[in-house]
Design a protein around this ligand. Structure first.
Ligand SMILES: [Zn+2]
Ligand SMILES: [Zn+2]
Length: 292
């Protein structure tokens, strides 16, 4: 039997390329090829409503493995398909599994998809949403993805290299707790100024969240040797934990995810991972479950 209440399962903790990343033979990718336990799916999470319905956030290309992982964590034999899908933005790893809902694979029809107006426009132009009934979501307005699911989603706009469309984080409001899903944003300066907050702690306190899954793409700005970091902006974990300091008693649980294959914290025995844990923050794991 599945547990009661609203349950969120992390179905992916890697950046859009996943780990191992295509064409890469770095230390982390090689280790993940050799040991499947070190693989990480691109960011994604699954929510089970109080009525037993399933709702997906992000649709990446590892959907087959992710639905399997989700069903295992929910003690079910199988999850055939989610009842709704929500998308934060149009970058590769967040949407490249949408096609799998089409007639070549799952053959869904009129599956409700929730995203911003701009996101839907881009996805329609790419011809990847024919299996879906698209619903425009307005920033800052909570809604229930289905009538009896017993939780609400709230899209909140965040600054992120928005060449094609905009980017949102998603608050999942359960009956007792709230979880923030924030895989991508450019910098704390921009995000905090968007919400007129001085500190990360103040922003999280004002949103009354219990769990925060946040952008941990890179450890520091030295990480991408062959690519200009400025073109791939994300707040590095080392900077975020410097801003946060140690966890206080009233702070939410903060977990870093959306990890790039170059990020040393992908190795749970690394010194960087220990630095995060000493401050009582966490590196998210694929398959972690939260009850809201
Ligand atoms: Zn991403
Ligand atoms: Zn690699």
């Amino acid at each position: 039997m599945s547990r009661e209440g609203v349950e969120v399962v992390i179905l992916g903790t890697a950046q859009d390329g996943g780990i191992p990343q295509a064409g890469c033979s770095c230390k982390n990718c090689t280790a993940a090829h050799e040991n499947y336990k070190l693989k990480r799916n691109p960011v994604c999470c699954g929510i089970k409503g109080v009525d037993g319905s399933f709702h997906l956030i992000e649709a990446g290309r590892n959907l087959s493995e992710q639905l399997k992982l989700w069903s295992e964590k929910m003690n079910l034999e199988n999850i055939e398909k989610p009842e709704t899908v929500s998308i934060t933005h149009v970058h590769l790893g967040h949407v490249d599994g949408l096609g799998q809902f089409g007639k070549e694979v799952m053959n869904s029809k009129d599956l409700p998809l929730f995203a911003s107006k701009k996101t839907i426009e881009v996805l329609e132009n790419r011809n990847v949403v024919s299996a879906f009934r698209c619903n425009v979501v307005k920033s800052g307005r909570a809604f229930s993805p289905s009538y009896t699911c017993g939780f609400e989603l709230e899209f909140i706009k965040v600054p992120h290299r928005d060449e094609e469309a905009d980017t949102h984080a998603i608050l999942i409001h359960g009956p007792n707790k709230t979880l923030l899903f924030l895989p991508d944003h450019d910098s704390w300066e921009e995000t905090l100024s968007e919400y007129k907050k001085e500190t990360i702690r103040q922003w999280f306190t004002d949103m009354q969240i219990n769990y925060a899954l946040i952008d941990g793409t890179f450890w520091d700005s030295q990480e991408l040797i062959d690519r200009d970091m400025l073109k791939v902006p994300h707040p590095p974990i080392s900077k975020t934990i410097e801003m946060l300091g140690k966890k206080n008693i009233n702070d939410p649980e903060i977990l870093f995810f959306h990890l790039n294959h170059t990020n040393p914290v992908t190795d749970i025995y690394s010194k960087e991972c220990q630095i995060v844990e000493v401050l009582e923050w966490q590196i998210a794991k694929d398959g972690q479950v939260f009850t809201l």
